[in-house]
Design a protein around this ligand. Structure first.
Ligand code: AMP
Length: 286
């Protein structure tokens, strides 16, 4: 039997989740249009559900594992095994107040304030822990308009760039939680399921590890090798290979951060390197 992985059916995380599985060699093949399930490279079965429902599905064992936002996992209050941070869907759950409220930190929130949020549990827990007595007003979306409607004085909402808050005349005053997409699993999985999920973790991790890196190859004059080593630290130091009939040249291969490629190539040119080749890396397992 294939393990079931619950994935978001729409919304912010869904495209990136599909891309990640595809890149890991687990091609997402839906069974017909608008299908609720898909094969993941024939190795796993995806079930598509709302991101909010994924913690429940996984905790109840309807799926062996799932991918959803850490904010939603935390809000659910369900005990799940945290397998890995997938490093996308980054956002923060923040306390925000109207610009003109005079509130500049969580300490300024007065007892008796009304706080609107789609995350009522996390909001309550945040203020309880600080010993502040607030009334949480649960909403199911668009919390940022609550202060304008007179429903609440404060909101606890997700933000990544801060532009939606700003557009609504709100100022971020404290962080409740940092979130990103996570792979989580059911705590009662069998050892065999756990082993398969470890393999999945390795595959997804290798895609994440390759992001932001490039593979660089160059023919290096032997006399410059020491200086080239300093320019190219690589994963475990560059690989140096003899070139057949290479004369004074050896071939050097290294994994380089894409951010530094521009400077690295210029530095190699200046050291007399030739045949410089930069390629993308699909997956990287150290
Ligand atoms: P949505 O697609 O709006 O239902 O959001 C699904 C998940 O995407 C949220 O629960 C968060 O984990 C994540 N997310 C990432 N960035 C943001 C953002 N700026 N606003 C809201 N959610 C975000």
């Amino acid at each position: 039997m294939l393990l079931k992985i619950a994935l978001p059916n729409k919304g912010r995380l869904s495209d990136e989740v599909r891309e990640l599985f595809n890149e890991a060699g687990l091609e997402v093949k839906a069974r017909g249009e608008r299908a609720l399930t898909a094969s993941l490279g024939g190795e796993f079965e995806a079930i598509f559900v709302r991101a909010q429902d994924i913690p429940e599905f996984v905790a109840d064992g309807a799926a062996h594992a799932g991918v959803t936002g850490w904010d939603l996992v935390s809000e659910s209050g369900r005990e799940l095994d945290h397998l890995m941070d997938l490093e996308f869907g980054k956002c923060r759950l923040v306390v925000a107040a109207r610009e003109e409220s005079g509130i500049s930190g969580a300490d300024d929130v007065r007892n008796g304030s009304r706080v609107a949020s789609c995350f009522p549990r996390l909001t309550q827990a945040f203020f309880d822990k600080r010993g502040q007595k607030v009334t949480v007003v649960p909403v199911s979306g668009a919390a940022e308009i609550a202060p304008h409607l007179g429903i609440a004085d404060i909101v606890v909402d997700l933000t990544s760039t801060g532009s939606t808050l700003k557009m609504n005349g709100l100022r971020e005053v404290a962080t409740v939680l940092e979130s990103s997409a996570r792979l989580v699993a059911c705590g009662s999985n069998t050892p065999d399921a756990q082993r398969k999920l470890e393999e999945l973790k390795l595959a997804l991790g290798s895609v994440l590890a390759a992001r932001g890196k490039r593979y660089l190859m160059a023919n290096v004059p032997k006399s410059s090798l020491q200086q080239v080593r300093e320019v190219l630290p690589g994963l475990n130091g560059p690989t140096v290979v003899d070139v057949l009939n290479g004369g004074n040249f050896v071939a050097v291969h290294a994994v380089v951060p894409s951010k530094t490629i521009y400077r690295t190539v210029n530095a190699l040119k200046a050291l007399g390197c030739e045949g410089i080749l930069v390629t993308r890396i699909e997956r990287l397992m150290a």
